[in-house]
Design a protein around this ligand. Structure first.
Ligand code: PLP
Length: 438
């Protein structure tokens, strides 16, 4: 079969039989991908795109890293699947490799199939340990598409799925669109903390099991918390006997220029959920890093949770190889360099020259350009204009991550200075077009 007819078949089978996420099915017209390598994705017709989305912000080591694909193939020859109750080398090695990059006081990992069930089980643990029910999370957040995780989520995806009990939401810090009439990061931090504590008090702290937050809010806008905010949340949680769960599903494993985003904030939580970058999604995997105090609770009490594929050998082999490659190739250091030396100045320059850029924020390879129709009112660039932004970026062979009125600049952690320069030139051209149409 020719590549062209394979592509046609892939498209036809998809439209006939594949039911897609978060979509009205009849409106879809998916791109047909044949292969990918590093920061590039190749379509069935041979067209190549620079991937500045990292797919769903998960391919931190890029596509088809040879060390990881080889490790998966090798493990497949030895032991493809085994129940979670057995001890097997790749599972132990994967847990040890993750723990090696966790804060002090974390020695155990519970493996899941992805990020949603990581949060689901972290919530479960917090409820078991505290004997309390409620979970406090941000309105601007995404925690996954399962029972509790989607109700802990703050964005529109929660509302049609609101069937889990015991969830309460608060506003987090977001200075550009402050809910607290704040003018400085210090004011935003202080007032967001006061709001959180007042909600906690009003809910009755003895009914609250945990505060669940993305260390840096991802899909909701790449919202880097102001200095002192997460330490303040930790202090409030401690004062009321509430556990702190940090969701590092999107922010973890190099994305922010450090192994975990929490490494850049003065905070140690009780539980850390992860997925995505832990093996760049080569085989589905996620998990919960468990602090020693929480782990000790389950030394002689049964943890009432489990999954058939917890610690799946192929996923574990991919984790060991991914973390090994990240260490040996200094991939996290590269993400830090790109953030400080290339994206920070490059995006600031775009903001200076383009009135449609209202705000730029981020760290590492985790940035957002927030687009506005009017800088004074900060009115978001309307959806039709954003659809135009997306199609113009695609027309220039850049795979973008466009969310609401933002372009998330989220390439793989292995991206080069030259690839970033190419992307910045594309953003520049497209912003010029957008402004001409305004
Ligand atoms: N938590 C965060 C912060 C996420 O960004 C996501 C996915 O985008 C999830 C949880 C859910 O992960 P998964 O889709 O692997 O279930």
């Amino acid at each position: 079969m020719t590549a062209q007819s394979d592509g046609q078949l892939a498209y036809e089978l998809d439209r006939a039989h594949v039911f897609h996420s978060w979509s009205a099915q009849a409106t879809l017209d998916p791109m047909v991908v044949a292969t990918a390598a590093g920061c590039e994705v190749e379509l069935a017709d041979g067209t190549r795109y620079l991937d500045f989305s990292s797919q769903l912000v998960n391919t931190n080591i890029g596509h088809q890293h040879p060390r990881v694909t080889a490790a998966i193939a090798e493990q497949a020859q030895v032991l493809t699947t085994i129940a979670p109750s057995y001890a097997v080398l790749p599972r132990g090695r994967a847990a040890a490799a993750i723990v090696a990059h966790a804060p002090a006081g974390f020695a155990k990992v519970f493996f899941t199939n992805g990020g949603a069930d990581a949060n689901e089980n972290a919530i479960r643990m917090a409820r078991q340990v505290t004997g309390r029910d409620k979970i406090l999370s941000f309105y601007r957040s995404y925690h996954g598409n399962t029972g509790s995780a989607v109700v802990a989520t703050g964005d529109w995806r929660r509302v049609p799925n609101e069937y889990a009990r015991g969830h309460v939401h608060v506003f987090g810090p977001y200075l550009y669109r402050s809910e607290f009439w704040a003018a400085t990061p210090e004011q935003e931090c202080e007032r967001a903390l006061q709001h959180l504590e007042r909600v906690l008090q009003s809910e009755g702290p003895s009914s609250v099991a945990a505060i669940l937050l993305e260390t840096i809010v991802g899909t909701g806008g790449i919202l880097v918390p102001p200095a002192g905010y997460l330490a303040g949340v930790r202090e409030i949680a401690d004062r009321y006997g509430v556990l702190l769960i940090l969701d590092e599903v999107m922010a973890g494993f190099g994305r922010t220029g450090t192994w975990f985003a929490l490494d850049q904030h003065d905070v140690v939580p009780d539980l850390i959920s992860f997925a995505k970058g832990v093996n760049s999604g080569y085989v589905p995997a996620g998990g919960v890093l468990i602090s020693d105090a929480v782990a000790a609770h389950f030394d002689d009490k049964v943890f009432p949770g489990g999954l058939t594929y917890s610690g799946h050998p192929l996923a574990m082999a991919a984790i060991v190889a991914t973390i090994g490659a990240m260490e040996d190739e200094k991939i996290v250091e590269n993400a830090a360099h790109i953030g400080v030396d290339v994206l920070a100045p490059g995006l600031a320059d775009l903001a200076e020259r383009h009135v449609s850029v209202g705000d730029v924020r981020g760290t590492g390879v985790f940035w957002a350009l927030e687009l506005v129709a009017d800088r004074t009112t900060r009115a978001p660039l309307p959806p039709a204009a954003m659809a135009g932004v997306k199609s113009e970026l695609l027309a220039r062979r850049l795979l973008p991550f466009v969310q609401d009125n933002r372009i998330h600049v989220v390439p793989p952690c292995i991206v080069t200075d030259e690839q970033v320069a190419t992307a910045l030139a594309v953003y520049d051209e497209v912003l010029t077009l957008v402004e001409a149409a305004l």
